[in-house]
Ligand binder design. Structure first.
Ligand SMILES: [Zn+2]
Length: 327
């Protein structure tokens, strides 16, 4: 048992409604973590309908759920001799992100008429491989990444030459600039104060700025299939799991309006399904993934027809583009 965690409910992180009146959606064990018997509850807010972790783990105690063996921290090296192939997977995700960003930048700067470079801010940049690709592929772009911790870039400064990387809470981010494009790739679902963060982003935006937010989709097929094992919960690291409508309402509250939404994101949704399946069968997340690589690839081939439907059938992620509210 984790004695540090309070069992009292917490208010909704978006609208502030009382947490006692929220309805239980699901209880889960910690994901990508040994099962210690600890359970986490996601509840639906009685006022705004947001599904959120209730109670959440206080941020200062969250570090225990990010051990050294945490799979995303191990990177492609977790796959042993298949490391090279695994590394190409991240490269594919980053290139998809760069393509989305190019189009959205064009809309922010030239009304979609021309390709354009501009000022891009990535919130929760972690290991900033996406910004690296962006700067290498879009000449003249100014790229800034912010994160709560600098562990994603601190030890390899030579890899990140030309990027501006700043350790800060997004709410406290100080800048003299207005950004043309702001990206949040699987950041918002971790945020304890999403409306405050989005309001701060509105303050550093101009009237044509575009905001790209990618998060898991509560109403995707993978959540319905995998239930408590669905990796989109990622308990207790995800503070909220958004549907299309609660994501739009959260953005609205902070001064943004959704202009596009798609369930074809940049994340590898097959990998999300695979991780959910591994939760279901209870694998040892501390072990090497090398022996799982060939079954992983075989599963990808067998299920390929389903994943071709991504964007038509909601599989598990959503990507929205928002712009500041017109007054
Ligand atoms: Zn609420």
């Amino acid at each position: 048992m984790n004695v540090l965690r309070s069992d009292a409910t917490i208010p909704c992180p978006v609208c502030g409604a009382d947490g006692d009146s929220a309805e239980l959606v699901i209880q889960t064990a910690a994901h990508m973590f040994p099962d210690t018997g600890e359970r986490f509850s996601f509840t639906r807010c009685s006022q705004c309908g947001l599904t959120y972790l209730n109670p959440a783990v206080p941020p200062e105690h969250l570090g225990q759920y990010y051990p050294d063996y945490y799979l995303p921290y191990r990177g492609p090296g977790a796959w042993g001799r298949y490391e090279g192939i695994a590394a190409r997977g991240q490269g594919i995700t980053d290139r998809r992100r760069v393509r989305r960003v190019r189009r959205a930048l064009s809309r922010a700067i030239t009304g979609g008429r021309n390709t354009a470079a501009g000022r891009v801010l990535d919130v929760g940049c972690g290991h900033p491989t996406f910004l690296r690709q962006l700067v290498d592929r879009v000449p003249g772009v100014h790229a800034t990444g912010i994160d709560f911790v600098d562990s994603g870039w601190r030890d390899t400064p030579e890899r990140w030459h030309g990027l501006s990387l700043i350790q800060t809470d997004p709410v406290d981010f100080v800048t003299d600039h207005q950004y043309d494009l702001i990206t949040m790739w699987h950041y918002l679902e971790h945020d304890y104060h999403p409306v405050d963060t989005l309001r701060r982003m509105r303050e550093i935006a101009h009237e044509d700025t575009r905001l790209l937010v990618e998060v898991p989709d509560l109403n995707g097929l993978s959540r319905r299939l995998f239930g408590a094992a669905w990796e989109g919960w990622h308990a207790p690291r995800h503070t909220a799991v958004y549907s299309g409508s609660t994501l739009a309402a959260t953005l609205e509250r902070a001064g943004w309006q959704v202009v596009k939404r798609t369930t074809r994101g940049t994340l590898d949704t097959y990998a999300l399904w695979w991780m959910s399946r591994m939760e279901q069968i209870g694998i040892d997340w501390t072990a090497s993934m090398e022996q799982r690589f060939l079954p992983f690839m075989a599963g990808r081939i067998v299920t390929a027809p389903l994943f071709l439907l991504e964007g038509i059938v909601p599989l598990g992620v959503q990507l929205v583009e928002a712009r500041p509210h017109t007054r």
